[in-house]
Write a protein that binds this ligand. Sequence first.
Ligand SMILES: *Cc1c(COP(=O)(O)O)cnc(C)c1O
Length: 355
Amino acid sequence: MAEVENTDRDRPVDLRSDTVTTPTPGMRAAMARADVGDDVYAEDPTCRALEERVADLLGTEAALFTVTGSLANLLGVRALVKPGAEVLCEARAHIARAELGAHAAVFGVTSRTWSHPRGLVDLAAVRELLAPDAGPYFVSTAAVSVENTHNFGGGSVQPLDSLRALRELTAASGVGVHLDGARLWHACAATGVAPGTYAACADLVSVALSKGLGAPVGSLLAGPAAAIADARVWRKRLGAGWRQAGVLAAAGMYALDHHLDRVAQDHANARALADRLAEVAPGIVEPTGVQTNIVVLDLAAAGIRTGATEVAERARAAGVLVSVLGPTALRLVTHLDVDEAGCRHAGDVLATALK
Ligand SMILES: *Cc1c(COP(=O)(O)O)cnc(C)c1O
């Protein structure tokens, strides 16, 4: 369990993202104790141990520790998609919206998207978009990328059946699958499905330590040994090789030991927040759709005329920070630095700010 939680009301309750967590004293102690070496020479024992541990967890041959989830995704998609070919993804996928065009800017990857209100895989749409061998006039599809849980879709969990069906559909045409599992842990906590069961539906998987698990830095890309060895070369080529990174890997190991089991608490806190806000502003969120630690509020659907920015400003003035996703959309993310009482307080503040 997390040994320190933020109950100090002088500090704002920060629900902008689960990336805002700061390392606990126990995590800092583990970082200070870390056994380290030069990771570019593959001599950092803590990095090696973390990579082996995550590969084991996901049931893949190998894994690579990277500085960000964006880098893990960039290397993962690159492994599947040649320059000029395309990756298919949902329209609000992190790779499409929040990685600043890296896949195109760096590796010449193009994309087409399908839309789903909750960010879920739409098999019929994928089937229609898939063009594995599009000939000399059209772009060929090399991969499909799926986000589980889906961040901007409201932390929604991809149904295992549709991931398996997607795997079958794409495998039949030689198209790869990339799984952006920045919050795969949350999908597992919500469903009881093992990480490896989800990972088996993809060729390459990225997972984050710096979101709900509370590490200060780090993600991993997991997959076949040859692809991961190649990704290690590209990581260095992009200038992201690192030396005594074991101090960061130790934080990740600590997070897996102590913070993995507690994400269900964040889910309960998110659901309670959604229940409260749906009560004061019917239509603003469907609480039963809040499966994990993300609550997306739709002000327009609740008939609220005040803009999202204004509501966020009012909440900020009262010590609660939330993200503005669009003119009428807000996002709240629960995490280990905000306890149940903090979330209740945020519910009170937001209930007032929405009036
Ligand atoms: C945050 C996030 C990432 C990228 O992580 P960074 O470490 O911030 O680069 C990738 N995918 C999803 C779904 C995310 O939420």
